[in-house]
Design a protein. Structure first.
Length: 187
């Protein structure tokens, strides 16, 4: 509004839980382009939180991280990291690797990012990574992945990651802000 006291600051910003559905509707109606959605969706911050969840979980599990970066795509941001894998031959290593994989989805929940504004976020990649880690080790009598056991492990690990990240919420926020402030990649 032209009569706003400070043109750079909103006194009543759009609530986060309303922003996502509005953006999706505007995209559907072709009133904004995907590039505009990128600008208004807080996608970069959401991606930084997601990547911070992976990294913090990995570090707290005793892992080494070399770098992390986030890059814009057509209408959102994507993250990437280079980290040492845990020893998958042990049950503890598999559990830690799954904790790292599910850390991103857990971070978004801990930071209370509503599903509605995660317009380009898809946790299926994280769960697929966890499936890939567990499937060779947990087989049923016919030699196929034991999906019930794998899902039970995933639920248990996700619950544990939520607890760990909730206890380290301040560190999660600091790491997300550090990722946001880095120009290229954080080493």
């Amino acid at each position: 509004a032209p009569n706003r006291t400070d043109a750079a600051q909103r006194s009543n910003p759009c609530p986060l839980d309303k922003r996502g559905p509005i953006i999706l509707t505007l995209l559907d109606m072709e009133m904004i382009q995907r590039g505009d959605a990128l600008r208004v969706s807080n996608s970069r911050w959401i991606t930084a939180v997601h990547e911070a969840g992976h990294l913090l979980t990995h570090i707290l599990s005793g892992g080494q991280v070399n770098y992390v970066s986030i890059q814009p795509t057509d209408y959102c941001y994507e993250g990437g990291a280079n980290a040492e894998y845990f020893d998958l031959s042990t049950e503890d290593g598999r559990r830690k690797e799954c904790m790292t994989a599910l850390g991103g989805a857990a971070a978004a929940q801990v930071m209370r990012i509503p599903n509605a504004i995660r317009i380009c976020y898809d946790a299926s990649k994280d769960y697929q990574r966890c499936d890939d880690v567990l499937s060779p080790y947990y087989l049923d009598a016919d030699g196929f992945p034991d999906t019930e056991r794998i899902e039970a492990i995933q639920e248990s690990v996700f619950s544990e990651v939520l607890t760990v990240l909730d206890e380290h919420r301040q560190e999660l926020m600091k790491l997300a802000n550090l990722i946001l402030s880095s120009e290229d990649r954080l080493q």
